[in-house]
Design a protein around this ligand. Structure first.
Ligand code: GAR
Length: 190
């Protein structure tokens, strides 16, 4: 059994899709959701989905307590689903090529510190892009710079608002992220 731990800071719609995707799997377990924001919708979703969920402080994040907890859960993969803090290097070293992030744009465009959620979609529209999309990538010590695993895209129309772009991106996130995770965690042998 492969244990996946999800980190989330927001609404948790992607976390929910991932949980649903692996529900009943005998090979993959969503072992825990960790959240750094007491106001986040993901906490209520986790309750409803019956997945253990813990809030953590910046101190626990930095002093090794959270990392130890993940090791005690026998975590194999860490999936960032709308998680907004930078991942400290101890985590990257403890889980080499085992932490992945979802980003709501076509990296390397529109990434980096402060580029998250609606800021990304506003920047895409302001730049007059004719295309945007989603990126799933490995996490390193820098925001949005790890190797890209998967991208999918959609057209941005001149009339599209940032909200329209967000909606189109979310459709792709919900469709693609769980499958990409499955392919990584359970690679098929040739
Ligand atoms: C998603 O759109 C994800 O791509 C984005 O946050 C949203 C979380 O939505 N992540 C980032 O911007 C990370 N830089 P959710 O809480 O409904 O899953």
């Amino acid at each position: 059994m492969k244990n996946i731990v999800i980190f989330a800071s927001g609404s948790g719609s992607n976390a929910e899709k991932i949980v649903e995707h692996f529900r009943g799997s005998t090979a993959v377990k969503i072992a825990h959701i960790f959240c750094n924001n007491p106001e986040a919708g993901v906490i209520e979703r986790a309750k409803r989905l019956d997945i253990p969920c813990s809030l953590f402080s910046r101190e626990e994040y930095r002093n090794g307590a959270l990392l130890r907890k993940m090791q005690s859960l026998q975590t194999d993969w860490i999936v960032l689903a709308g998680f907004l803090w930078l991942i400290p290097s101890e985590y990257v070293q403890a889980f080499p090529q085992r932490i992945i992030n979802l980003h709501p744009a076509l990296l390397p465009k529109f990434g980096g510190k402060g580029m998250y959620g609606h800021f990304v979609h506003e920047a895409v529209v302001a730049a007059g892009e004719t295309e945007s999309g989603i990126t799933i990538h490995y996490v390193n010590e820098h925001y949005d710079e790890g190797a890209i695993i998967f991208q999918s895209s959609f057209p941005v129309l001149p009339s599209d608002t940032p909200e329209d772009v967000a909606k189109k991106g979310q459709v792709l996130e919900h469709r693609d992220f769980p499958k990409v995770i499955e392919n990584l965690v359970l690679p098929t042998t040739p």
